[in-house]
Design a protein around this ligand. Structure first.
Ligand code: FO1
Length: 326
């Protein structure tokens, strides 16, 4: 079975670990020779930022490290066994910003990426090269090779201004009320090579419990991607359980765009033209959404077994609904 997964950072990456497990995909078999199963991840690049001459792609790296075995499990981002000496030395020189957690091992990834981009390689080629080391067991495509960055319009004591998503997320912990999210460059961005083909050839599309605004939502700002998915059977996993996000600060993002922090509201926001199925937690078992098949089950990915079972439930619902569609 060929599955396409538009994914953001930590929640999406963890879900993908369960999806690989339930499909029997081990890391050396991204193309699915032995199982006939393959996963293509469309990675969000709206979080990307250039710092100290380095191009940093947090959501691509989080998927690559998590599936490749290099992630820091406790943080959910960056490398395991990490040190921050370069960060300290930059601060000693008075370099700004100091709020970004630039890890030493992680910096090697950013240097490889910056060097290949400077040599003229597109981000999709760079990502393929980095994945050659990590063998994530999925095909990881950036949503676009063009530069798209999520900036946040905030209005604090200093008046209305735009700051980079990472500054809002890391420095301000999403506590500055966001007036709007702007995907700078999105409207002229093209889907990266292979993205539309992967969607067209997919048997099903699964939306992991990533942030529906700045992760999955950001991927949908690239013209053509959401439209291509309308032709497919799409099942999503709610990132909201009982009115609260499972992790991260999806509620701050949702309130910024005027969407209630609930499993039903997120499904409606994603759209019944897109979503065929929606998995919600048992606490939300009363949820009904017009035009979307809602099923309830435990959604917490508390360990590999529950994560695998969640991924299996999403695939089973997608197969059930796609069967109905054909
Ligand atoms: N998140 C933080 O909360 N603090 C950090 O200092 C931080 C550094 C960082 C470095 C590399 C990377 O790939 C991710 C990093 N993240 C950090 C997470 C990142 O801000 C978020 O994962 C995404 O951008 C939102 O999904």
């Amino acid at each position: 079975m060929r599955i396409v997964v538009p994914a953001g950072g930590i929640g999406g990456a963890r879900f993908l670990r369960g999806l690989k497990a339930t499909l029997g995909i081990d890391s050396s078999d991204a193309e699915g020779q032995s199982t006939g199963n393959s996963i293509t991840v469309i990675g969000n690049t709206g979080d990307d930022i250039t710092l100290f001459g380095l191009r940093i792609c947090p959501d691509l790296d989080t998927v690559m490290y998590t599936l490749g075995g290099g992630i820091d499990e406790e943080r959910g981002w960056g490398r395991s066994d990490e040190t921050f000496t370069v960060k300290e030395e930059l601060a000693a020189y008075g370099m700004k910003p100091t709020w970004f957690g630039l890890g030493d091992r992680d910096t090697a990834t950013h240097i490889v990426r910056a060097q290949m981009l400077a040599a003229g390689f597109p981000l999709s080629t760079v990502t393929e090269a980095l994945c050659d080391r990590w063998q994530p067991g999925v095909r990881l495509l950036p949503m676009t090779d063009d530069q798209v960055e999520t900036h946040v319009i905030v209005d604090d004591g200093e008046g209305r201004r735009a700051i980079h998503f990472q500054e809002w997320w890391i420095r301000h912990r999403a506590a500055l009320p966001a007036k709007q999210f702007v995907g700078v460059g999105a409207d002229s961005a093209e889907p990266a090579p292979g993205v539309l083909t992967a969607i067209a050839e997919a048997d099903v599309v699964v939306l992991p419990p990533s942030n529906p605004v700045v992760s999955v939502g950001s991927i949908f700002t690239v013209p053509g991607i959401r439209e291509a998915m309308l032709e497919k059977t799409v099942v999503g996993v709610s990132p909201i359980i009982g009115g609260a996000p499972v992790r991260g600060m999806a509620d701050a993002c949702l309130s910024a765009i005027g969407v209630e922090t609930s499993a039903a509201a997120v499904a409606e926001h994603l759209g019944s033209d897109l979503l065929d199925g929606w998995l919600v937690d048992e606490i939300d078992s009363d949820v009904e959404v017009e035009g979307i098949e809602v099923r309830s089950r435990p959604l917490y990915m508390s360990d590999p077994q529950t994560t695998e079972a969640l991924a299996r439930a999403a695939v089973d619902l997608a197969v059930e609904l796609s069967g109905e569609n054909t």
